[in-house]
Ligand binder design. Structure first.
Ligand code: ADP
Ligand code: MG
Length: 627
């Protein structure tokens, strides 16, 4: 039975908004095993359309195509892919090799999709390359081969695959006459070895060599001439056909994907950078938020979270005498400094030079520590204010023309003399103190009636709440409710709120970065797939299934994602280090960042590559091989 049998084959191209093109209008054709057939005819006559149908890259709109006695259709994707992989060798005008990869990779490709083990693949590929006279070029990059060499590599691919049917669509169209001649020699040799060879050509040389010449014009078979003495070569011995029906191996797919990424160096670097930037932003924000959180906590504990105060009136019975308060409170665990402050009535405060009307305060205990004062102390003074001593605010000191502490200056407050023991230059807790004066303990504090007492305490970090709870009972065991305590918001809660705010902002930035990166990568990958339409069509022609093509593109994106992720991790760490160093924070590097970086890289890679892999999987080989 004839190897190829076409009956009433029509192919009409319809595209919306344009008139239908009848590329083939009823072709009946039988081709026997071992024939060498030249198909000739004017451009646009339908030759490529016919070859696509013969190669199971396209389907007839009407009519039937039987290959080896079985009616076969390109529509049955997996089966057609299998038949192409096992039976058909393609040689295209545009070569369609794997660019920038060793020639042997292109020659192996068909066997790869048939699941032939690596060692056997290599061996068969090298032998085939040898047989077309390019033994020395097997490892040379295809991009550096001449046109004629490239076409012989394409023929080697068909030889390595042991294809029974070779479809060559204008194989010499891009070649000079010497190269063309060599290519024809190879095709002829293949035919003599038993393969059925169909060559579309404009060249009269090819037609002259062929045993049979079929002329197609305007979608119809015009003539079909057989050399009277043309004998079909004996068919390939069965052993050579090797109908391996395997499926591409996973490791082979991994290797092929990696080689593919490397072969397109600059696009891959560009895509990897998009991923790296996204990952770097993620790592930076995650890492900085850890560092910032630690910083926020430290800041809170260092200041606000340590200040507790209480107020009460000495009118309340049973309250502890003001003089005794600081000592008692300092004994509570967690208290670093304590002092009480009682404000006196407005008095005249004067030096020899000036006088002011202000309210002085009496302080008992460690006012310097409890009110967080910075004091320029007189050389003779240290420690707490004693009776008859005063700390004077720097602003008031200026007003009173008290410029130097040398010579133990004094101030008069309502006629009583106080030695100036220090000048208050900073007062974060009681800012007004810089314009006022504080004096040491006085015996007459409560002699003129009840006064309001304020206790200022500074606790050790994290102890504020506990101290606040103890204060009322310590200050008035019988009527603790008469004591008003002011403590900072629970530190954990407040810290949590601030951290959440920081976290939310950073998370928003990160998400934005990820979206931008995915969009950029999607765009880049789609462009890359577009540029690789010929290659994808070729892979499919050689037997790759749609899913395998999708997997290849996804795999390539995943590789780029992982590598980009690793680069992003390094960039992100550097950024964290730079920020924390300039801010004088302690950098926080979490080990979790490593898997996060890889995972984010993969996510961006897969997300960005997803659309492109779907598009690649759907590309129809017939249209994309025309390019
Ligand atoms: P040949 O290979 O003999 O030059 P083709 O088979 O490539 O001819 O084309 C036959 C006709 O079909 C031409 O008129 C061509 O423009 C048309 N054609 C080919 N492919 C398509 C397509 N995908 N959509 C519409 N028309 C097409
Ligand atoms: Mg053509």
């Amino acid at each position: 039975m004839a190897l190829i049998q076409l009956r009433g084959v029509r192919r009409t191209y319809s595209s919306p908004g344009r008139p239908d093109v009848e590329a083939l209008r009823g072709i009946d054709l039988d081709i026997e095993r071992g024939e060498l057939v030249a198909i000739v005819g004017p451009s646009g006559g339908g030759k490529t359309t016919l070859m696509n149908i013969l190669g199971l890259l396209d389907d007839a709109t009407e009519g039937t195509y039987s290959l080896d006695g079985e009616e076969t259709r390109a529509r049955d994707g997996r089966r057609a892919a299998g038949v192409r992989a096992r039976t058909i060798g393609f040689v295209f005008q545009a070569f369609h090799l794997l660019e920038a990869r060793p020639a042997v990779d292109s020659v192996e490709l068909n066997l790869l999709y048939r699941g032939v083990p690596r060692a056997e693949r290599r061996e068969r590929a090298l032998r085939a390359i040898e047989s077309v006279g390019l033994g020395g070029r097997a490892w040379q990059s295809t991009s550096t081969l001449s046109g004629g060499q490239r076409q012989r590599i394409a023929i080697a691919r068909a030889i390595a695959a042991g294809a029974e049917l070779i479809l060559a669509d204008e194989p010499t169209g891009n070649l000079d006459s010497i190269s063309a001649s060599r290519v024809l020699d190879e095709l002829e040799r293949l035919n003599r070895a038993g393969a059925t060879v169909i060559v579309v050509t404009h060249s009269s040389e090819v037609a002259a060599r062929a045993g049979r010449v079929i002329r197609i014009a305007d979608g119809a078979l015009v003539s079909d001439e057989r050399e009277p003495d043309a004998v079909a070569s004996p068919p390939l011995p069965n052993g050579e056909r090797r109908p391996q029906n395997g499926r591409i191996r996973f490791v082979d797919m991994l290797r092929d994907g990696w080689a593919s990424v490397l072969s397109r160096r600059y696009p891959s670097i560009g895509q990897g950078l998009a991923v790296a930037i996204a990952v770097a932003l993620t790592i930076t924000t995650l890492g900085l938020s850890s560092s910032a959180r630690a910083q926020v906590s430290a800041t809170f504990d260092a200041h606000l979270n340590r200040e507790v105060s209480a107020t009460w009136s000495t009118a309340v019975e049973n309250s502890v005498a003001p003089d005794a308060v600081p000592e008692r409170i300092e004994q509570l665990s967690g208290v670093d400094a304590a002092a009480i402050v009682v404000s006196l009535n407005v008095s005249t405060v004067s030096t020899f030079a000036e006088a002011r009307q202000i309210r002085p305060h009496v302080a008992i205990g460690d006012i310097e520590g409890a009110a967080r004062l910075s004091i320029d102390e007189a050389p003779w003074h240290h420690g707490r204010l004693r009776p008859g001593e005063a700390f004077i605010g720097d602003l008031l000191a200026d007003d009173l023309q008290l410029s130097s502490l040398a010579g133990a200056p004094t101030v008069l407050i309502d006629g009583v003399t106080y030695v100036v023991a220090g000048i208050i230059t900073e007062s974060s807790r009681l800012p007004l103190l810089r314009g006022e004066v504080v004096v040491g303990p006085r015996d007459d504090l409560t002699s003129r009636g009840p006064v309001d007492v304020t206790l200022l305490a500074v606790t050790s970090s994290g102890a504020a709440q506990q101290v606040a709870r103890q204060l009322p009972a310590a200050l008035n065991p019988f009527e603790p409710e008469k004591i008003t305590v002011v403590a900072p918001t629970d530190s954990a809660e407040l810290r949590g709120q601030v951290e959440q705010g920081v976290q939310a902002t950073l998370t928003a930035f990160t998400l934005l970065a990820l979206i931008v990166a995915i969009a950029a990568l999607m765009n880049a990958t789609l462009l890359a797939v577009n540029a690789r339409r010929g290659e994808i069509g070729m892979r499919k022609a050689l037997g790759a299934r749609d899913r395998q093509i999708g997997a290849l593109i996804t795999l390539e994106s995943a590789y780029i994602g992982v590598v980009g992720g690793a680069v992003g991790l390094v960039l992100g760490m550097a950024a964290i280090l730079a920020v924390t160093l300039t801010q004088r924070w302690a950098p926080v590097f979490d080990l979790i960042l490593l898997p996060v970086a890889i995972a984010v890289g993969l996510l961006v890679g897969a997300g960005g590559g997803g659309l492109a892999s779907i598009r690649a999987a759907r590309l129809r080989p017939a249209e994309n091989l025309r390019a």
